[in-house]
Design a protein around this ligand. Structure first.
Ligand code: C5P
Length: 408
């Protein structure tokens, strides 16, 4: 049996410390051995007993406990990943300046594994030039500093500064454990537009034609792209998941609305990813009133064709813009999944096509995926079964390589 991945969870003294309990839980449930490292002020929000009970490890905040063991060196050297959540303005400042006046900050200097900071603070503190500089310093040194989510903060105010959702942080933590190099800051300044979810085409005020896409793959792409520095916009079609932190969110219900939103936002994008599952047809005349079983409506389901958004995006793309499509395939007598994918890539004219094998409970509504990323230049990359964030990282690697080629 292989040893569980060792994760250090640094917890800063902010009210969002209570959310780190859920993060700790998610990490331990996914098989990690997690050592919590709260600061003294974090313990004012959530006591040591909670961290110890949830992790199965004693906690200390200073370097004077268990001195012969030299804990800050042992912990840092042995860690596979450090996650700091919430990363307060004070913790970011200390980390940026290499301060080491407690066990957490001292350990941040001894760790050589990936460092993932999830900030949480009031908007003014996040926006302050001092914090911005500290974040830039940490990122320059290779640490991953997420952008905070936008929303309700402590008290009645709201804005950027919320801790990204624990599930989102856990997702990125898992990605870094699987692939420590998965979150380079290679997309800084790149504008990425992603469609996610599945369209719903109303038949009457109660019913619709829909599909089983949950939006998980699109949101994983948004999350990973944002963590890699991209400016991310998401057009979400019927997604019941928390918004990915740091992304600008637009909503669409039907294929026609998605069409309008994507074409409207496309001009400002360097990269477009059509991860949404779009209905090819819609009921031609959605009824104003609920269709009755024996209401005499002779043919309530007459279909009209929806626009092929991906094809239109390809047709209207700017020079240098990269367009990525998805294809859910099952394979049939005419050809296997990849053969169908190649034909579709040629038909749609996009730069990359991510071909998923679907059916038998695969891909839809689950956290995992496997795919082949086909490129217009004839190359392909196979991504084995794993978390959707890992496929997202592989797609963005392919995008990043092409952006590099076009730039230079
Ligand atoms: O045509 P097909 O549905 O097989 O292709 C899937 C790809 O095309 C996906 O990227 C999907 O988002 C996109 N698509 C679209 N508009 C449609 C149907 C699919 O953009 N009407």
């Amino acid at each position: 049996m292989t040893a569980p991945p060792r994760v250090l969870l640094g917890i800063g003294g902010g009210i969002a410390a209570y959310k780190a309990c859920e993060l700790l839980r998610l990490l331990t449930e996914s098989g990690c051995d997690v050592q919590p490292l709260p600061t003294d002020s974090a313990l004012r929000f959530v006591g040591a007993a909670t961290w110890e009970a949830l992790s199965g490890h004693p906690v200390a905040t200073d370097v004077w406990t268990a001195v012969p063991d030299v804990p800050h060196v042992r912990l840092g050297r042995n860690a596979d990943l450090v996650v700091v959540a919430p990363a307060t303005a004070d913790l970011l400042a200390k980390a940026a300046h290499g301060r080491a006046d407690d066990l957490l900050t001292a350990t941040l200097l001894t760790a050589r594994c990936p460092l993932l900071y999830a900030p949480a603070m009031h908007t003014e503190m996040w926006d302050h030039p001092a914090t911005r500089d500290n974040v830039a310093t940490l990122r320059r040194r290779g640490a991953i500093v997420l952008d905070p989510a936008v929303g309700r903060l402590t008290g009645a105010d709201s804005g950027p500064g919320r801790l990204p959702e624990p599930a989102e942080i856990a997702d990125l933590a898992q990605l870094l454990l699987a692939r420590p190099d998965a979150l380079p800051r290679d997309l800084a300044g790149v504008r990425v537009l992603i469609s996610a979810g599945g369209t719903r085409e109303p038949l009457d005020p109660v019913r619709f034609f829909g599909n089983r896409s949950s939006g998980r793959q699109g949101y994983a792409l948004a999350r990973v792209a944002a963590a890699r520095g991209a400016t991310v916009s998401v057009v979400a079609a019927n997604v019941a998941l928390p918004d990915p932190a740091g992304a600008r969110m637009l909503r669409a219900g039907t294929a026609e609305q998605l069409h309008e939103a994507m074409l409207g936002a496309a001009a400002d994008a360097d990269v477009i990813v059509m991860a949404a599952a779009v209905a090819d047809f819609r009921p031609r005349d959605a009824r104003q009133h609920k269709i009755k079983k024996d209401g005499g409506d002779p043919d309530p389901v007459v279909l009209a064709r929806n626009p092929d958004i991906l094809t239109e995006l390809v047709r209207s793309r700017r020079t240098g813009q990269i367009v990525v499509g998805f294809a859910a395939e099952t394979g049939d007598a005419e050809g296997d999944v990849v053969a169908h994918g190649r034909a579709k890539l040629a038909r749609k004219g996009c730069d990359l096509l991510v071909v998923n094998a679907v059916g038998d409970g695969r891909a839809f509504e689950v956290g995992t995926n496997e795919a082949v990323i086909l490129a217009a230049d004839g190359t392909s990359v196979e991504v084995t079964h794993g978390p959707k964030a890992r496929l997202a990282a592989a797609i963005l690697d392919a995008v990043s390589a092409r952006l590099g080629e076009r730039a230079g």
